[in-house]
Design a binder for this molecule. Sequence first.
Ligand code: PLP
Length: 307
Amino acid sequence: MPRIAYVNGQYVPHAQAAVHVEDRGYQFADAVYEVWGVIDGALTDFDGHLTRLARSLRELEIRQPVSDSALTAVLHRLVSVNRIHHGLVYLQISRGVARRDHVYPDPAVPASIVITVRSPPAAAAEARARHGISIITRPDERWARRDIKTVSLLPNVIAKQAAHRKGAAECWMIDPNGMITEGAAANAWIINADGVLVTRPANNDILNGITRRIILALADREGLKTEERPFSRDEALQAREAFITSATSYLTPVVQIDGQAVGNGHPGSLSLRLRHSYVATAKERSRRSSARRPVWLVARQSKRLQN
Ligand code: PLP
C-alpha cells in the first residue's frame, strides 16, 4: 500500500516526501517532534502529545505553522488515508529553511512541518511484551534540556546502537550521581520489593513521557503506590520488576539489566497487568471516540456488526 506523508501543507507519496537541504532541522537539529501511537485506528493520548508539542515549540521559540484544529484534522486524515489500524504517527516541526547561520533567521521564516505514518508488525511488539526485553546501561551523555522533545538525538542513537550490539533492546542512561535518567527512547521504571512503582520525577533530566503520565494515573486508579524519585542501577537490579514506557511500546517488561536477571527473569505480573490496562483503556477510548475514528474503520466495524 503506498504511504502518504504530509509536508508543508501537501499530502505526498512517502517516497517523494522531502525537505530543503537548508532546512534547519537538517542543518542543526533545530527542530522538535512528537510520536503518537495508533491503537484500533485511533491516535492514543492525543491531547497529551499535542500539548507537549506546543511546550517543546514554545521552549525553542518556534512558531507552530498550523493551528491545533488544522493539525488535528491532518493527523486523523493521515491515519485514515494510510489505513493505519495499529502503528504510529511521526510529526516533526523545524525552525524552517534559511541560509545556514547558527543565529535564528530574522525575520523569522515559516516553520517546516513533516508528518509520516508507519504500521510495524504488531506481533513483534507483542512478543517483546510477552517475553520481556534485555537492556544495558551506560552514562547519560545528553544535554541539560531533555524535557524538550528535540530531534537532536545523537546520544540516544549511540546508546541504542550500543544496546543493539549487545543483543539488548534498550539502554538506560546513568547520570553523574549514579542514578538512572531514562531509556534512549522510553521512560524507565522499577517495582521494588514492597510493590511500589518508582520512576524518575519529570524535570529537565528526562522527557516527561505521555505514556509515563498515563501509567502513573492508571497505577493510582488501581490503588498501587507510586514514587517519583531517582533510582540507581543497583536498586534496579534488586527490583522485583522493571519496565519501560513509550507511545509506541506502551509498557514493555524488562527482564535483564546488563546481563543480570530482574526478579525471576520473567515479565512481572504487575507490569503485565498495567500493560493490559493501558491497552484496554486505549481501545475503549477508541471505541467511544467514533468522531476520531477513520471512515474506513467505522465502515469496516459497522459491516462486522451487521454480519
Ligand atoms: N524518553 C525518551 C528519551 C523518549 O524518546 C521517549 C519516547 O520517544 C519517551 C521517554 C517516552 O515518551 P512517550 O511516552 O511520550 O512516548
